[in-house]
Design a protein around this ligand. Structure first.
Ligand SMILES: NC(=O)c1ccc[n+]([C@@H]2O[C@H](COP(=O)([O-])OP(=O)(O)OC[C@H]3O[C@@H](n4cnc5c(N)ncnc54)[C@H](OP(=O)(O)O)[C@@H]3O)[C@@H](O)[C@H]2O)c1
Length: 325
Protein backbone atom coordinates (compact mmCIF):
# COMPACT_ATOMS: atom_id res chain seq x y z
CA UNK A 1 0.00 0.00 0.00
CA UNK A 2 2.61 2.57 1.11
CA UNK A 3 5.63 2.76 -1.13
CA UNK A 4 6.35 6.45 -0.60
CA UNK A 5 9.26 6.04 1.83
CA UNK A 6 11.42 4.22 -0.67
CA UNK A 7 10.70 6.97 -3.19
CA UNK A 8 11.40 9.73 -0.71
CA UNK A 9 14.67 8.17 0.48
CA UNK A 10 15.76 7.53 -3.09
CA UNK A 11 15.00 11.12 -3.99
CA UNK A 12 16.93 12.53 -1.05
CA UNK A 13 20.06 12.91 -3.10
CA UNK A 14 18.60 13.41 -6.55
CA UNK A 15 15.86 15.99 -6.18
CA UNK A 16 15.56 18.25 -3.17
CA UNK A 17 12.00 19.24 -4.08
CA UNK A 18 10.77 15.69 -3.54
CA UNK A 19 12.38 14.87 -0.24
CA UNK A 20 9.19 15.10 1.81
CA UNK A 21 9.46 13.18 5.04
CA UNK A 22 6.65 10.75 5.77
CA UNK A 23 5.40 11.03 9.36
CA UNK A 24 2.85 8.76 11.06
CA UNK A 25 1.15 10.31 14.08
CA UNK A 26 -0.99 8.80 16.87
CA UNK A 27 -3.19 11.21 18.82
CA UNK A 28 -3.12 13.45 15.73
CA UNK A 29 -6.75 14.45 16.24
CA UNK A 30 -6.01 15.95 19.69
CA UNK A 31 -5.17 19.46 20.85
CA UNK A 32 -1.43 19.25 20.09
CA UNK A 33 -1.75 16.77 17.22
CA UNK A 34 -4.14 18.93 15.19
CA UNK A 35 -1.71 21.86 15.21
CA UNK A 36 1.22 19.55 14.46
CA UNK A 37 -0.58 18.06 11.45
CA UNK A 38 -1.46 21.55 10.14
CA UNK A 39 2.16 22.58 10.46
CA UNK A 40 3.61 19.44 8.84
CA UNK A 41 1.04 19.58 6.06
CA UNK A 42 1.93 23.23 5.38
CA UNK A 43 5.61 22.29 5.32
CA UNK A 44 4.86 19.64 2.68
CA UNK A 45 5.48 16.61 4.86
CA UNK A 46 3.43 13.51 4.02
CA UNK A 47 1.23 12.90 7.06
CA UNK A 48 -0.36 9.62 8.09
CA UNK A 49 -2.94 9.97 10.86
CA UNK A 50 -3.17 6.87 13.05
CA UNK A 51 -6.53 7.06 14.79
CA UNK A 52 -9.13 4.97 16.58
CA UNK A 53 -11.87 6.53 14.45
CA UNK A 54 -11.47 7.29 10.77
CA UNK A 55 -14.80 9.12 10.57
CA UNK A 56 -13.82 11.46 13.45
CA UNK A 57 -10.40 12.08 11.93
CA UNK A 58 -11.95 12.84 8.53
CA UNK A 59 -13.98 15.61 10.18
CA UNK A 60 -10.87 17.03 11.84
CA UNK A 61 -8.85 16.83 8.62
CA UNK A 62 -11.26 17.33 5.72
CA UNK A 63 -9.84 16.29 2.36
CA UNK A 64 -10.44 19.76 0.91
CA UNK A 65 -8.06 21.36 3.43
CA UNK A 66 -5.73 18.40 3.83
CA UNK A 67 -5.39 16.76 0.44
CA UNK A 68 -3.12 13.75 0.44
CA UNK A 69 -3.29 13.02 4.15
CA UNK A 70 -3.68 9.32 4.90
CA UNK A 71 -6.10 8.43 7.71
CA UNK A 72 -5.85 4.92 9.13
CA UNK A 73 -7.53 2.90 11.85
CA UNK A 74 -5.61 0.26 13.78
CA UNK A 75 -5.61 -2.60 11.27
CA UNK A 76 -3.83 -0.28 8.80
CA UNK A 77 -1.32 1.19 11.27
CA UNK A 78 1.23 -1.44 10.24
CA UNK A 79 1.12 -0.36 6.59
CA UNK A 80 1.46 3.27 7.62
CA UNK A 81 4.33 2.85 10.06
CA UNK A 82 6.31 0.61 7.76
CA UNK A 83 7.65 3.02 5.18
CA UNK A 84 7.33 6.15 7.31
CA UNK A 85 10.51 8.09 8.04
CA UNK A 86 9.30 9.00 11.52
CA UNK A 87 6.53 8.38 14.04
CA UNK A 88 5.10 10.84 16.56
CA UNK A 89 3.21 9.24 19.44
CA UNK A 90 0.75 11.57 21.18
CA UNK A 91 -2.19 9.29 22.01
CA UNK A 92 -3.71 9.04 25.47
CA UNK A 93 -6.99 9.47 27.31
CA UNK A 94 -7.19 13.10 28.55
CA UNK A 95 -6.21 13.37 32.22
CA UNK A 96 -8.24 16.45 33.13
CA UNK A 97 -11.30 14.42 34.06
CA UNK A 98 -12.74 12.86 37.19
CA UNK A 99 -10.45 10.01 38.21
CA UNK A 100 -12.53 6.96 39.09
CA UNK A 101 -10.48 3.79 39.41
CA UNK A 102 -11.61 2.77 35.90
CA UNK A 103 -10.58 6.14 34.47
CA UNK A 104 -7.19 5.89 36.18
CA UNK A 105 -6.71 2.47 34.64
CA UNK A 106 -7.59 3.86 31.21
CA UNK A 107 -5.31 6.89 31.62
CA UNK A 108 -2.47 4.40 32.11
CA UNK A 109 -3.54 1.73 29.63
CA UNK A 110 -4.39 4.08 26.76
CA UNK A 111 -0.80 5.33 26.83
CA UNK A 112 1.01 2.05 27.46
CA UNK A 113 -1.05 0.06 24.95
CA UNK A 114 -0.79 2.59 22.13
CA UNK A 115 2.93 3.15 22.72
CA UNK A 116 3.60 -0.61 22.90
CA UNK A 117 1.65 -1.18 19.72
CA UNK A 118 3.52 1.56 17.84
CA UNK A 119 6.88 0.30 19.13
CA UNK A 120 6.06 -3.31 18.15
CA UNK A 121 5.12 -2.18 14.64
CA UNK A 122 8.30 -0.13 14.28
CA UNK A 123 10.41 -3.04 15.51
CA UNK A 124 8.68 -5.50 13.21
CA UNK A 125 9.16 -3.30 10.12
CA UNK A 126 11.36 -4.54 7.35
CA UNK A 127 14.86 -3.12 7.91
CA UNK A 128 14.87 -0.81 4.88
CA UNK A 129 11.35 0.46 5.66
CA UNK A 130 11.73 0.98 9.42
CA UNK A 131 11.13 4.55 10.63
CA UNK A 132 14.36 6.19 11.75
CA UNK A 133 12.84 8.37 14.47
CA UNK A 134 10.24 8.02 17.23
CA UNK A 135 9.13 11.19 19.03
CA UNK A 136 7.05 10.05 21.96
CA UNK A 137 5.08 12.25 24.33
CA UNK A 138 5.32 11.99 28.09
CA UNK A 139 4.70 14.66 30.73
CA UNK A 140 6.32 16.76 33.46
CA UNK A 141 4.17 14.74 35.87
CA UNK A 142 7.16 12.35 35.67
CA UNK A 143 8.90 14.47 38.34
CA UNK A 144 6.07 14.45 40.90
CA UNK A 145 5.04 17.75 42.46
CA UNK A 146 6.90 20.21 44.69
CA UNK A 147 6.73 23.87 45.68
CA UNK A 148 10.47 24.07 46.39
CA UNK A 149 12.42 21.75 44.09
CA UNK A 150 13.61 22.57 40.57
CA UNK A 151 13.59 19.73 38.05
CA UNK A 152 15.46 19.20 34.82
CA UNK A 153 15.97 16.12 32.64
CA UNK A 154 18.49 14.61 35.09
CA UNK A 155 16.07 14.76 38.03
CA UNK A 156 14.56 11.55 39.34
CA UNK A 157 10.93 10.58 39.12
CA UNK A 158 8.25 11.32 41.73
CA UNK A 159 6.14 8.96 43.80
CA UNK A 160 2.60 9.82 42.82
CA UNK A 161 0.19 8.28 40.35
CA UNK A 162 1.07 10.54 37.40
CA UNK A 163 4.78 9.95 37.92
CA UNK A 164 4.13 6.21 37.67
CA UNK A 165 2.06 6.68 34.50
CA UNK A 166 4.88 8.68 32.90
CA UNK A 167 7.57 6.16 33.92
CA UNK A 168 5.63 3.26 32.41
CA UNK A 169 4.71 5.28 29.33
CA UNK A 170 8.39 6.12 28.74
CA UNK A 171 9.34 2.52 29.55
CA UNK A 172 7.14 1.32 26.68
CA UNK A 173 8.78 3.79 24.28
CA UNK A 174 12.24 2.71 25.39
CA UNK A 175 11.59 -0.76 23.98
CA UNK A 176 11.94 0.62 20.46
CA UNK A 177 14.73 -0.85 18.30
CA UNK A 178 18.08 0.63 19.32
CA UNK A 179 18.72 1.89 15.78
CA UNK A 180 15.68 4.15 15.99
CA UNK A 181 16.39 7.62 17.39
CA UNK A 182 14.01 8.09 20.31
CA UNK A 183 13.08 11.51 21.73
CA UNK A 184 10.88 11.46 24.82
CA UNK A 185 9.29 14.86 25.24
CA UNK A 186 8.19 15.58 28.83
CA UNK A 187 5.47 18.08 28.06
CA UNK A 188 4.35 20.82 30.46
CA UNK A 189 0.85 22.35 30.52
CA UNK A 190 0.26 23.35 26.91
CA UNK A 191 -1.31 26.80 26.52
CA UNK A 192 -3.61 27.38 23.58
CA UNK A 193 -7.12 28.69 23.15
CA UNK A 194 -8.75 25.66 21.61
CA UNK A 195 -7.91 23.02 24.15
CA UNK A 196 -5.95 21.89 27.17
CA UNK A 197 -6.26 23.23 30.69
CA UNK A 198 -6.38 26.92 29.70
CA UNK A 199 -9.56 26.56 27.65
CA UNK A 200 -11.21 25.10 30.73
CA UNK A 201 -9.78 27.75 33.05
CA UNK A 202 -10.91 30.79 31.04
CA UNK A 203 -14.64 30.49 31.94
CA UNK A 204 -13.69 30.09 35.61
CA UNK A 205 -11.72 33.26 35.42
CA UNK A 206 -14.69 35.06 33.99
CA UNK A 207 -16.89 33.67 36.76
CA UNK A 208 -14.58 34.28 39.72
CA UNK A 209 -12.96 37.53 38.59
CA UNK A 210 -9.70 35.64 38.21
CA UNK A 211 -7.73 35.24 41.38
CA UNK A 212 -5.26 32.62 42.50
CA UNK A 213 -6.09 28.94 42.25
CA UNK A 214 -5.65 27.07 45.51
CA UNK A 215 -2.76 28.61 47.50
CA UNK A 216 -1.28 30.13 44.33
CA UNK A 217 2.24 29.04 45.34
CA UNK A 218 2.24 25.95 43.16
CA UNK A 219 4.58 25.95 40.17
CA UNK A 220 3.08 26.02 36.73
CA UNK A 221 5.40 24.71 34.02
CA UNK A 222 3.71 25.77 30.83
CA UNK A 223 4.56 25.85 27.12
CA UNK A 224 2.80 27.64 24.27
CA UNK A 225 1.20 25.35 21.67
CA UNK A 226 3.39 26.81 18.88
CA UNK A 227 6.54 26.01 20.85
CA UNK A 228 5.64 22.40 21.62
CA UNK A 229 4.79 21.90 17.96
CA UNK A 230 8.12 23.52 16.92
CA UNK A 231 9.99 21.33 19.41
CA UNK A 232 8.39 18.17 18.02
CA UNK A 233 9.22 19.30 14.46
CA UNK A 234 12.86 19.92 15.47
CA UNK A 235 12.98 16.50 17.09
CA UNK A 236 11.76 14.94 13.85
CA UNK A 237 14.51 16.39 11.71
CA UNK A 238 17.49 17.14 13.96
CA UNK A 239 19.58 14.07 14.88
CA UNK A 240 20.82 15.72 18.08
CA UNK A 241 17.33 15.55 19.57
CA UNK A 242 17.33 12.26 21.43
CA UNK A 243 16.75 10.98 24.95
CA UNK A 244 14.62 13.04 27.33
CA UNK A 245 13.78 16.63 26.41
CA UNK A 246 11.57 18.74 28.65
CA UNK A 247 8.85 20.48 26.66
CA UNK A 248 8.43 23.50 28.91
CA UNK A 249 9.09 27.22 28.52
CA UNK A 250 12.28 28.61 30.12
CA UNK A 251 10.35 30.65 32.71
CA UNK A 252 7.84 28.63 34.70
CA UNK A 253 5.71 30.73 37.05
CA UNK A 254 3.91 30.26 40.31
CA UNK A 255 0.22 29.85 39.73
CA UNK A 256 -0.59 33.19 41.35
CA UNK A 257 1.58 34.93 38.77
CA UNK A 258 -0.09 33.04 35.95
CA UNK A 259 -3.47 34.10 37.33
CA UNK A 260 -2.40 37.73 37.76
CA UNK A 261 -1.24 37.84 34.16
CA UNK A 262 -4.45 36.26 32.98
CA UNK A 263 -6.47 38.72 35.07
CA UNK A 264 -4.55 41.69 33.63
CA UNK A 265 -4.93 40.59 30.05
CA UNK A 266 -8.59 39.69 30.43
CA UNK A 267 -9.28 42.93 32.28
CA UNK A 268 -10.50 41.08 35.37
CA UNK A 269 -9.37 42.20 38.81
CA UNK A 270 -7.22 39.49 40.36
CA UNK A 271 -8.44 39.54 43.94
CA UNK A 272 -11.12 36.88 44.31
CA UNK A 273 -9.53 33.47 44.62
CA UNK A 274 -10.81 30.73 42.36
CA UNK A 275 -11.59 28.04 44.90
CA UNK A 276 -10.15 24.53 44.56
CA UNK A 277 -13.65 23.11 44.40
CA UNK A 278 -14.49 25.16 41.30
CA UNK A 279 -11.37 24.03 39.52
CA UNK A 280 -12.03 20.45 40.52
CA UNK A 281 -15.56 20.83 39.16
CA UNK A 282 -14.20 21.47 35.67
CA UNK A 283 -10.96 19.53 35.76
CA UNK A 284 -11.92 16.71 38.15
CA UNK A 285 -9.05 15.11 40.07
CA UNK A 286 -7.06 15.99 36.97
CA UNK A 287 -7.04 19.48 38.56
CA UNK A 288 -3.96 18.17 40.38
CA UNK A 289 -1.95 19.04 37.24
CA UNK A 290 -2.78 22.66 38.01
CA UNK A 291 -3.21 22.56 41.79
CA UNK A 292 -0.06 20.53 42.49
CA UNK A 293 2.62 21.63 40.10
CA UNK A 294 6.35 21.39 39.66
CA UNK A 295 9.07 23.76 38.46
CA UNK A 296 10.57 22.16 35.37
CA UNK A 297 13.33 23.74 33.28
CA UNK A 298 14.06 22.94 29.62
CA UNK A 299 17.79 22.32 30.12
CA UNK A 300 18.20 20.04 27.08
CA UNK A 301 16.24 22.30 24.72
CA UNK A 302 18.53 25.16 25.75
CA UNK A 303 21.67 23.05 25.21
CA UNK A 304 20.31 22.09 21.81
CA UNK A 305 19.85 25.77 20.97
CA UNK A 306 16.07 25.52 20.61
CA UNK A 307 14.58 28.95 20.17
CA UNK A 308 11.33 29.53 22.09
CA UNK A 309 8.82 31.85 20.49
CA UNK A 310 7.26 32.45 23.91
CA UNK A 311 9.60 32.51 26.92
CA UNK A 312 7.33 34.50 29.22
CA UNK A 313 3.80 33.54 30.19
CA UNK A 314 2.61 37.12 29.78
CA UNK A 315 3.49 37.11 26.07
CA UNK A 316 2.06 33.63 25.55
CA UNK A 317 -1.25 34.56 27.21
CA UNK A 318 -1.44 37.87 25.35
CA UNK A 319 -1.01 36.11 22.02
CA UNK A 320 -3.57 33.43 22.87
CA UNK A 321 -6.21 35.62 24.45
CA UNK A 322 -5.99 38.25 21.72
CA UNK A 323 -6.54 35.48 19.20
CA UNK A 324 -3.15 36.13 17.53
CA UNK A 325 -1.85 32.63 18.07
N1 LIG B 1 -2.07 19.20 26.58
C1 LIG B 1 -1.24 19.25 27.60
O1 LIG B 1 -1.21 20.23 28.37
C2 LIG B 1 -0.31 18.08 27.84
C3 LIG B 1 0.60 18.16 28.91
C4 LIG B 1 1.46 17.11 29.15
C5 LIG B 1 1.41 15.98 28.36
N2 LIG B 1 0.50 15.92 27.34
C6 LIG B 1 0.43 14.68 26.55
O2 LIG B 1 0.64 14.95 25.18
C7 LIG B 1 -0.23 14.14 24.38
C8 LIG B 1 -1.04 15.06 23.46
O3 LIG B 1 -1.77 15.96 24.29
P1 LIG B 1 -3.16 16.58 23.81
O4 LIG B 1 -3.52 17.62 24.77
O5 LIG B 1 -3.08 16.88 22.36
O6 LIG B 1 -4.13 15.32 24.02
P2 LIG B 1 -5.68 15.20 23.61
O7 LIG B 1 -6.21 16.42 22.99
O8 LIG B 1 -6.37 14.69 24.82
O9 LIG B 1 -5.64 14.11 22.42
C9 LIG B 1 -5.09 12.88 22.56
C10 LIG B 1 -5.52 11.94 21.43
O10 LIG B 1 -5.33 10.64 21.97
C11 LIG B 1 -6.29 9.75 21.44
N3 LIG B 1 -6.99 9.09 22.55
C12 LIG B 1 -7.92 9.62 23.40
N4 LIG B 1 -8.37 8.69 24.25
C13 LIG B 1 -7.71 7.55 23.95
C14 LIG B 1 -7.75 6.23 24.47
N5 LIG B 1 -8.57 5.89 25.45
N6 LIG B 1 -6.94 5.31 23.89
C15 LIG B 1 -6.11 5.62 22.87
N7 LIG B 1 -6.04 6.85 22.33
C16 LIG B 1 -6.82 7.80 22.87
C17 LIG B 1 -7.28 10.56 20.60
O11 LIG B 1 -6.98 10.33 19.22
P3 LIG B 1 -7.93 9.41 18.28
O12 LIG B 1 -9.33 9.56 18.75
O13 LIG B 1 -7.71 9.98 16.91
O14 LIG B 1 -7.41 8.01 18.39
C18 LIG B 1 -6.98 12.00 21.01
O15 LIG B 1 -7.19 12.91 19.96
C19 LIG B 1 -1.11 13.35 25.34
O16 LIG B 1 -0.61 12.04 25.45
C20 LIG B 1 -0.97 14.09 26.65
O17 LIG B 1 -1.07 13.26 27.79
C21 LIG B 1 -0.35 16.94 27.06
Amino acid sequence: MMTGRRKSVANRTSNHEETQMIVSITGATGFVGRRLVQRLHQDKYCVRVLTRSKSKAQLVFPVREFPGIVIAEEPDWKNCIEGSNAVVNLAGLPISTRWSSEVKKEIMESRINTTSKVVALINASQDDLRPLVLVSATAVGYYGSSETEVFDERSSSGNDYLAKVCREWEGSALKVDKNVRLARIRIGVVLGKEGGALAKMIPLFMMFAGGPLGSGNQWFSWIHLDDIVNLICEALSNPSYKGVINGTAPNPVRLKEMCEQMGNIMGRPSWLPVPDFALKAVLGEGASIVLEGQKVLPARAKELGFSFKYSYVKDALKAILSGES
